[in-house]
Design a protein around this ligand. Structure first.
Ligand SMILES: Nc1nc2c(c(=O)[nH]1)N[C@H]1C(S)=C(S)[C@@H](COP(=O)(O)O)O[C@H]1N2
Ligand SMILES: [Mo]
Length: 240
């Protein structure tokens, strides 16, 4: 059960700390913090599937999706920790840089000409709620492939217009159901849900799914800054 289904969008800022180990909603979410010593020593190692060529040639198996009739239009709770940036779609650009041979600077029209992927999946937040949502957008793997990643790429960083940041393992970023969404439940993506462009994926917890994505950087190493919540102790891989 999800007691927060009817919660208003303007809930006060909720603390992530209180939900460590939360099981009441049926979601068992582990958190494992890197010790300060580990970070300082620079021993940032996360096991990942990092074979770029294999991942590009052999897309991973898709997660089963839900029928459109299963969409829960009111269940997705707006979860914004800083502020809601207002982005002018006319001047918006998505940059893709880092360890790539062909850096990109894409406007929305160009992004929307790429093949549209639509999927009905479950969004799972560690705060103990979930929602079945339809997302429409472009596959992140298509965008990454356009940028021609270099061989040693292992991680993908996302910068957001509100200062939020996230890093992902390459395999999860290249998963066929990891998309940059510009539609929600068949309509244009609302600003509060991350317009003009946000991450959506059935394989990662909600906090990995950056809203208002403006920049993507490919790297061969995980930097000490791993993510907005990860740097406060939340699990980095955050798979579902
Ligand atoms: N840029 C940005 N992305 C973000 C967040 C945020 O505060 N800023 N919150 C995250 C969390 S914890 C969740 S559960 C989802 C919520 O998405 P929604 O607000 O569209 O429901 O966005 C994620 N992406
Ligand atoms: Mo979340």
């Amino acid at each position: 059960m999800h007691p927060t289904d009817d919660a208003p969008d303007d809930l006060p800022r909720r603390s992530f700390l209180r939900i460590a180990g939360l099981t009441t909603a049926g979601w068992v979410v582990g958190t494992s913090a890197l010790t300060l010593a580990e970070s300082v020593a620079g021993k940032l190692f996360m096991p990942v599937n990092d074979r770029l060529d294999a991942l590009l040639l052999n897309p991973q198996k898709p997660v089963p999706e839900f029928p459109v009739s299963a969409i829960e239009p009111k269940a997705l709770i707006v979860n914004t920790f800083r502020f809601t940036p207002q982005i002018d779609p006319a001047t918006f650009r998505l940059t893709v840089n880092g360890a790539v041979n062909h850096p990109l600077n894409l406007d929305l029209a160009t992004i929307q000409k790429l093949p549209l992927t639509s999927m009905v999946i479950r969004h799972v937040c560690v705060e103990g709620w979930a929602a079945i949502v339809q997302w429409g957008g472009v596959r992140l793997r298509d965008v990454i492939q356009m940028a021609q990643p270099k061989v040693g790429v292992r991680y993908v960083y996302f910068q957001s217009a509100d200062g939020y940041y996230e890093s992902w393992d390459l395999a999860s970023a290249l998963h066929p159901q990891t998309i940059l969404a510009y539609q929600k439940n068949g309509a244009l993506l609302p600003v509060e849900n991350g317009a003009p462009l946000r991450l959506a994926s059935p394989i990662k917890l909600g906090y990995k799914l950056s809203k208002w994505v403006t920049g993507i950087t490919l790297t061969s190493q995980l930097l000490p800054q791993m993510g907005y919540w990860e740097d406060q102790g939340y699990e980095w891989f955050a798979g579902i």
